[in-house]
Design a binder for this molecule. Structure first.
Ligand SMILES: NC(=O)CC[C@H](N)C(=O)O
Length: 375
């Protein structure tokens, strides 16, 4: 069956449908990963986006449930050069086309993804509509104009209730803004007792769980769409060690008084070079973001830039100069992508231990000071 992709600048792509039927509007973005299409499709941070893969052969290793980053995919459409219908992989349980059909997500193949990507690089990410069947261009244009891009996607993908992933070591509250499973995997691998809370959990609710640290997850959309989460992070700063990942990094920056802005076409792929400004080392990182923290907004916030992207110099890591809190714009949990940055989870847990060992001392000092003042 015929399928079409129509962009807001008037470009029309015609290809072959290989997924669900119907049509959806979304922000058209590109990912440069050579592998990892399952993790991309199931990463909740892509909620509301139509994703095109720049690698030309997609679907060849099929779909394996264990490689998912969430229970279900949230993308609004999937665009590829060539879709391989018959997977060749002993782990595969079914095909990419079957997955898209199951969730009613339109997939389109036989598209000049190089041309599409060059357009997105030149003009920035665009609103687009993907639809199956021989729909007239006028109708596509009308539907594109009649439908806004999603806002506040976090509330769609975040958990609705608190749940526990038990472990015997530190208790970490994971604020779920659309968390990838990889983050939970990395914490449980380190025997953390993880309590996952929804995006709108308050600081009091979190503190009542008596955690040793808080991890702010990745998530879709504009960080300014979740002001309540910024308030929560603000209230937790200094009370508990905090580690922010991607959207979590942006929320941490906003909570400290910095600002965020949209990038022209974002960073999505498995090989973004990031420089650690302290050690001078370069790490190859997995990324998926369209927003960034504004460099000029850091002044007076207490935030220190720790990492930058070697391609465009944008901020990739921050830490607070005096409070136990740091964040990265990329994905230390990989999934997909290199594991080079998984040490950041160890750094976080070291920070948590240090905070614990220093906390009684601080409390005792306060007691002694009060005694000395005769209070
Ligand atoms: N993966 C993420 O957490 C993405 C963060 C945010 N939605 C952005 O696009 O910048």
């Amino acid at each position: 069956m015929l399928a079409k992709l129509y962009l807001e600048d008037g470009t029309l792509f015609e290809g072959t449908s290989f997924g669900g039927e119907g049509g959806q509007v979304g922000e058209v973005v590109f990912n440069t990963g050579i592998t990892g299409y399952q993790e991309v499709l199931s990463d909740p941070s892509y909620c509301g986006q139509i994703v095109t893969m720049t690698f030309p052969l997609i679907g060849n290793y099929g779909i394996t449930r264990d490689d998912f980053e969430a229970v279900r995919p949230f993308v609004h459409g999937f665009v590829v050069r060539r879709h391989e219908e018959v997977p060749s992989n002993w782990r595969a349980q079914y095909s990419l086309g079957d997955l898209l059909k199951e969730y009613g997500i339109v997939g389109i193949s036989d598209i000049d993804t190089r041309m599409l990507t060059r357009k997105l690089r030149s003009y920035g990410t665009m609103k687009g509509i993907i639809a199956t069947g021989d729909v007239r261009v006028e109708e596509l244009r009308e539907r594109l104009l009649a439908n806004d891009l999603l806002r506040d996607q976090v509330s769609r993908v975040s958990t609705k209730s608190v749940y526990n992933s038990p472990g015997k070591d530190q208790r970490i509250v994971l604020m779920d803004f659309g968390s990838k499973s990889g983050i939970l995997r990395d914490l449980t691998r380190r025997d953390c007792d993880v309590v996952v809370v929804p995006h709108d959990a308050t600081a009091e609710q979190i503190l009542r769980l008596r955690p040793d640290g808080v991890l702010l997850s990745n998530g879709p959309g504009d960080p300014k769409d979740v002001p309540h989460a910024v308030e929560t992070v603000k209230a937790l700063l200094g009370k508990l060690p905090i580690f922010g990942i991607c959207l979590g990094h942006q929320l941490f920056a906003l909570a400290c008084g910095a600002d965020t802005e949209k990038l022209k076409f974002g960073h999505r792929g498995g090989n973004h070079p990031v420089k650690d400004l302290e050690s001078g080392r370069c790490y190859i990182t997995s990324q998926n973001h369209g927003y960034t923290v504004k460099e000029a907004s850091l002044a007076g916030t207490g935030l220190v830039k720790t990492h930058i992207n070697n391609n465009d110099g944008t901020i990739e890591g921050l830490k607070h100069e005096s409070l136990p809190a740091f964040s990265v714009q990329y994905h230390p949990e990989a999934s997909p992508g290199p594991f080079d940055s998984s040490y950041l989870f160890d750094d976080f847990l070291t920070m948590v231990r240090k905070f614990q060992s220093e906390r009684p001392k601080t409390a005792r000092q306060t007691e002694l000071e009060l005694l000395a003042r005769g209070v």
